[in-house]
Ligand binder design. Structure first.
Ligand code: MV4
Length: 450
């Protein structure tokens, strides 16, 4: 087992990782930018190393400084958390070159999944259902026209280097293709320095259902059922829950098996998530794979009482996983993201000092946060300040408990997304589980007016 792990991250996830390391008897090294000198991850780690000024490029994305911090402190592994360097294949390689174990998948696998057209082609070859469309990248407008005609409009043009919605366009009819093709390509070039594009059939009212998987160094892969992450706004998830209200056990098993098949095909090591779109007829299609621990991993931890970070560390150290399928039994969990943003003013960021802070507690309530009374939220990083996760024996019980916990949560000094979540938990269609990725587009007016 590792003796000392460096956590190449900040905020709640850095704290989350430090906690598990302590339980495992592993020493921890925090890294921090000068903006985070008073952060809890710095205080709770055994050692802490400053890696640069506030801009992420100069600190949390600064590979040379992070490797130097690991070497100076004698860390034998690095946990990247999510965001920052978590899906950077080059960083994973540099760690290996320095004899430091990167706690995550193999660099080649990160590289495949980072190229969305290649990821899709690879999963198709593995026998995982994918959205009908081009087989890999599309080189020319003429080729794009041909494929779009064959699959039928509407189609979606997507950037291979994309994800998160950038460089993506819906095309309703052939007359619009040329124009939107050019726009999407320009956007992709500007955002990613790569304008490779692919095309697929546009699905109208899908749900976003993802499968949590865990693979080891011996080719075993297990899955831990699904999370429904359809409640999003501008590609930012706001709520995640499990089980998905849209799945029956038969469908759940088929998606889970598809995810395991795909992950085994690439010998996937570590925690990962296979993202699927689920259409109104119960068809599911792989769209992307995330090669990291995700923000919403606690939803899965709560329904299975299973520490995913601990498992990630164990498989990184060469301990095998059981290679089985896990389904929740009478357990429901939901997470809401509490961001320092004003939900009634277009989710405008609201950094600054938290003047008063009281977090909810009680049975089935978990709060993952790095915030405290007096903490100053720096403007340089993302605005998530807490995750509130509740679990119970029914979905109804979860929503009831979530509402109670949200009403108990006190955060003063900055605006937060709490009032939005309080309304959402009382929305009849949400309560019925009747939602898809367009939920906020449809009900945003009533949920987001001041
Ligand atoms: C789609 C789609 C409909 N049809 N692909 C958005 C970001 C990227 N991860 C994939 N996305 C989508 N791909 C086809 N063929 C609709 C979306 C989409 C979406 C997907 C998941 C969650 C929220 C979303 C919001 C808008 C669009």
């Amino acid at each position: 087992m590792f003796k000392k792990i460096l956590i190449a991250n900040r905020g709640e996830i850095a704290l989350r990782i430090i906690r598990t390391c302590k339980e495992m008897g592993i020493k921890t090294v925090a890294v921090y930018s000068t903006a985070d000198k008073d952060a809890l991850h710095v205080r709770f780690a055994d050692e802490a190393v400053c890696i640069g000024p506030p801009p992420p490029q100069e600190s949390y994305l600064n590979i040379a400084n992070i490797i130097a911090a690991a070497e100076i402190t004698g860390a034998d592994a690095i946990h990247p958390g999510y965001g920052f360097l978590a899906e950077n294949a080059h960083f994973a390689e540099v760690c290996a070159d320095h004899g430091i174990k990167f706690i995550g998948p193999q660099p080649e696998v990160i590289r495949i999944m980072g190229d969305k057209a290649l990821a899709k082609r690879t999963m198709k070859a593995a026998g995982v259902p994918v959205v009908p469309g081009s087989d890999g990248p599309v080189e020319t407008l003429e080729e794009a026209k041909k494929i779009a005609k064959a699959i039928g409009y509407p189609v979606m043009i997507k950037a291979s280097a994309g994800g998160g919605g950038k460089g993506m366009r819906i095309v309703e009819k052939e007359e619009d293709l040329e124009h939107l093709w050019n726009i999407a390509k320009k956007e992709a070039k500007a955002a990613f320095g790569n304008d490779a594009m692919y095309i697929e059939k546009f699905l109208k009212n899908p749900r976003h259902v993802e499968i949590q998987i865990m693979g080891d160094q011996y080719g075993h892969v297990s899955h831990l059922s699904e999370r429904d992450c359809s409640i999003q706004r501008r590609h930012q998830k706001l709520v995640e829950e499990s089980p998905s209200p849209a799945l029956n056990q038969e469908l759940r098993e088929r998606i889970g098996e598809a995810a395991v098949k795909g992950a085994k095909y690439v010998n996937y090591e570590s925690a990962g998530t296979m993202e699927f779109l689920l259409d109104e007829d119960g068809n599911f299609y792989f769209i992307e794979m995330n090669t990291r621990i995700q923000v919403e991993h606690p939803v899965t931890e709560e329904i299975f009482f299973y520490d995913l970070i601990k498992e990630q560390i164990k498989v990184a150290a060469g301990i095998p996983v059981s290679g089985r399928f896990y389904y929740p039994k009478e357990r429901y969990a939901m997470e809401v993201r509490i961001n320092a943003e004003d939900p009634f003013n277009d989710f405008m960021p609201s950094p600054g000092k938290i003047t008063s802070f009281h977090k909810p507690g009680g049975h089935g309530v978990r709060v993952d946060t790095h915030a405290y009374a007096g903490y100053v939220i720096p403007p340089y990083y993302d605005s998530m300040i807490a995750k509130l996760i509740v679990s119970d024996f029914s979905r109804k019980g979860v929503i009831n408990k979530m509402l109670r916990a949200l009403e108990e949560f006190v955060i003063e000094g900055v605006k937060t997304t709490i009032p939005f979540h309080i309304r959402l938990m009382q929305h009849p269609e949400f309560v019925k589980g009747n939602y898809n990725i367009r939920f906020l587009e449809i009900y945003g007016d009533e949920l987001l007016k001041p």
